[in-house]
Design a protein around this ligand. Structure first.
Ligand SMILES: CC(C)(COP(=O)(O)OP(=O)(O)OC[C@H]1O[C@@H](n2cnc3c(N)ncnc32)[C@H](O)[C@@H]1OP(=O)(O)O)[C@@H](O)C(=O)NCCC(=O)NCCS
Length: 213
């Protein structure tokens, strides 16, 4: 059976998990496929409580991690996402979900396990790593590269020629100047205006963005 016909398991049944379920339903509708019965939620056992959310069962991750699903991790925090990805079996089939309204040229490469939400625009010559999350209406300019586990919140604007290491989180409506380098494990606050390279891990916010911790 081709991987794309396997049912989907969304790891994380919180707010973003529910949004990812809606994204998946939009993809199915666009393809004329029925989504019911083809998707479940899973949670790490320590957080799991048996229940149904939006008509979709929530299962313990340990019970299904070796089953023939395609998986995505719908958890915004890059470090939590990395932890879960690292503890899944090496044979895990990761799904990549791209909302039908996203605009991407043929000159974009996207790592496996990524989630691209509605209204995202990626122009050309862009390379994004594994388990990237681009939330609603994020825009990414030409020649941008990012490592693994990048998360953007809604409305982020990343200009051309930027270069990000792994585990970068960018809050809502932040803007990144062209040709900016961002180190790994950096959090950029909502509304930040980043005009200089960021070489050290930490939390940055404000206009112009400065380290706040
Ligand atoms: C930057 C951020 C990570 C800091 O969170 P935190 O470490 O819990 O920090 P605090 O809320 O304790 O704030 C610390 C200081 O920074 C200031 N600050 C916090 N966020 C700020 C922001 N985005 N811009 C400017 N200043 C900010 C606070 O006012 C506070 O200042 P003070 O010490 O003078 O009182 C968080 O505020 C943020 O912006 N997160 C992104 C939210 C988001 O985009 N969510 C989208 C969900 S889809």
């Amino acid at each position: 059976m081709p991987d794309t016909n396997l049912p989907l398991c969304i790891i994380g049944a919180g707010g973003f998990g529910r949004e990812v379920l809606c994204l998946y339903i939009d993809i199915c509708r666009q393809q004329g496929k029925e989504y019911k019965g083809t998707v479940i939620f899973a949670e790490e056992d320590a957080f799991w409580k048996e229940r149904t959310i939006m008509d979709t069962p929530v299962l313990a991750l340990s019970a299904i991690r070796n089953e023939p699903y395609r998986f995505v991790i719908a958890i915004g925090n890059p470090n939590v996402r990395r932890h879960i990805a690292d503890t899944m079996p090496t044979s895990t089939r990761w799904a990549t979900l791209i909302h039908p309204s996203a605009i991407m040229s043929d000159w974009v490469t996207l790592g496996t396990g990524s989630i691209i939400c509605a209204g995202v625009i990626l122009t050309c010559n862009i390379s994004l790593g594994r388990h990237t999350h681009l939330n609603l209406n994020t825009t990414v300019g030409h020649d941008m590269t990012a490592g693994d586990f990048l998360t953007t919140a809604p409305g982020v604007a990343i200009s051309g020629n930027c270069s990000f290491a792994d585990n970068v989180y960018i809050g809502s409506n932040a803007a990144i100047r062209e040709k900016t380098t961002v180190a790994g494990n950096v959090t950029i606050g909502m509304g930040a205006i980043v005009v200089k390279d960021i070489f050290e891990h930490g939390i940055y916010a404000g206009n112009p963005a400065r380290k706040i911790s």
